[in-house]
Design a protein around this ligand. Structure first.
Ligand SMILES: [Zn+2]
Length: 412
């Protein structure tokens, strides 16, 4: 995915908002159709049948007919893809699209180019004729700007924030918090393994986003203290403003803008970090996500119990889970076949020096002192070394009650 900020003119913006509305309407119709389906009934209509129904719907509705047929058909295609992907972890059944929240539409390229197989040979159909596929026409204006055609809008400018505009078959236009973006559907080129035989383990936590087994510490950027204060200020003002007033909307828009900035920072961090990991290490091992690890810091220690634990834990988790998930999936895209998951149990309790597993070795959130051999280390670093070694843990049998559990507040 290559995403650029788009700058439509006021007229273009109106047209594009209309495209968004049409795409959303068609998508929601498809969702409704499929939600009516029940066991034992004939299957819900597929893409081809929905396209036929779209033609009928366009004939009946003047509003729909005024819109672009390609945009509406692509919304159905998106729905078909979403339906296919619903069993992939992290996706699920396609749901309703809401105004202001899910504004976007897909455009299929207008240029026709000969299709190729993966190895570069031309793709032929059964009769031996060349198969043609679509390509998006992008015109580069200068070093910083390029433009792309959007149906009914002509050329729309976007900020060229990388050297070359990408080759893609389709692109997606989205509007979020008043900002327009164009995203070209391209699969990133896998990054070649450095071939140094090195393996890195990554331990994920709340205070420190990622601890690498070579000792490096990576932090997923969040809003600064000043920006967080601004978020609170606008939330407070919004809460005091009259219901449904423009002032209230404006305050919420400001909050949303700051949140969008944070999301952009996280995305940028995940991209840069995953590129770094893919280019520096042959094998990348992640600790499998563990809710308890995630909330560890919010809960605090015995000496300093956390405040607002429930709220903080939920918030931290949801914010960081996004950064983590993105880092994991982008690393997989850039280093296919070189990313592994290590089961989480005991990675934080196992001594990375002698292999002894005991809960008492974990002195505190940050400190690890092995009960068996006396090895001392930062607890997160110790865990990341275990992850790098690929240790799934195991148990060290001890008489009496089990000592091989994650540290728990009630027990100490
Ligand atoms: Zn030890």
């Amino acid at each position: 995915m290559a995403r650029f900020r788009m700058y439509p003119t006021a007229v273009q913006e109106q047209q594009m908002l209309l495209h968004c509305a049409h795409a959303r309407y068609v998508w929601n119709l498809a969702v409704e159709q499929h939600s009516h389906w029940q066991k034992g009934r004939r299957s819900a209509p597929g893409f081809a049948e929905q396209c036929k129904q779209l033609t009928e719907a366009r004939a009946a509705s003047e509003w729909l007919r005024a819109g672009n047929v390609d945009v509406q058909q692509q919304a159905l295609k998106d729905f078909a893809y979403a339906k296919q992907a619903r069993f992939t972890p992290g996706f699920g059944e396609p749901t309703w699209r809401k105004k202001h929240k899910h504004e976007g539409f897909r455009v299929i390229g207008t240029d026709r180019v000969p299709a190729c197989r993966d190895d570069g040979t031309p793709l032929l159909n059964g009769k031996g004729k060349q198969v043609m596929s679509r390509s998006v026409v992008v015109r580069k204006l200068n070093k910083n700007w390029a433009q792309v055609t959007v149906p009914g809008c002509g050329w729309v400018r976007f900020r060229l924030s990388r050297r070359q505009p990408p080759d893609a078959k389709t692109f997606r236009v989205t509007c979020h918090n008043g900002q327009w973006h164009v995203a070209f559907a391209v699969i990133p080129e896998p990054i070649e393994a450095p071939g140094n035989g090195e393996t890195v383990g990554i331990d994920r936590g709340v205070t420190i986003t990622a601890h690498l087994s070579d000792g490096r510490v990576l932090n997923c950027p969040q809003l600064t203290a000043k920006e967080r204060a601004r978020v609170r200020k606008h939330q407070r003002r919004a809460a005091r403003a009259a219901k449904n007033s423009p002032a209230k909307q404006a305050e919420y828009a400001k909050v949303a803008q700051l949140r969008a900035r944070e999301a952009n920072r996280r995305k940028d961090w995940a991209e840069k970090t995953s590129t770094m990991l893919a280019s520096e290490f042959d094998v990348i091992r992640f600790e499998k996500l563990n809710i308890r690890n995630m909330t560890r810091t919010a809960r605090g220690t015995v000496a300093e119990p956390g405040r607002n634990v429930r709220v903080k834990a939920g918030l931290n988790r949801s914010i960081l889970a996004q950064g983590w998930g993105m880092l994991r999936s982008r690393a997989e895209h850039k280093a296919p076949g070189r990313v592994e998951d290590v089961p989480a149990p005991y990675t934080s309790l196992r001594c990375s020096d002698c292999g002894w597993i005991e809960k008492n070795s974990r002195k505190s959130q940050a400190e690890f002192v092995c009960v068996s051999c006396g090895f001392t280390c930062n607890a997160d670093l110790n865990a990341s070394i275990n992850v790098a070694a690929g240790h799934a843990g195991g148990t060290t049998t001890t008489p009496g009650r089990s000592r091989v559990r994650e540290p728990q507040l009630a027990l100490r």
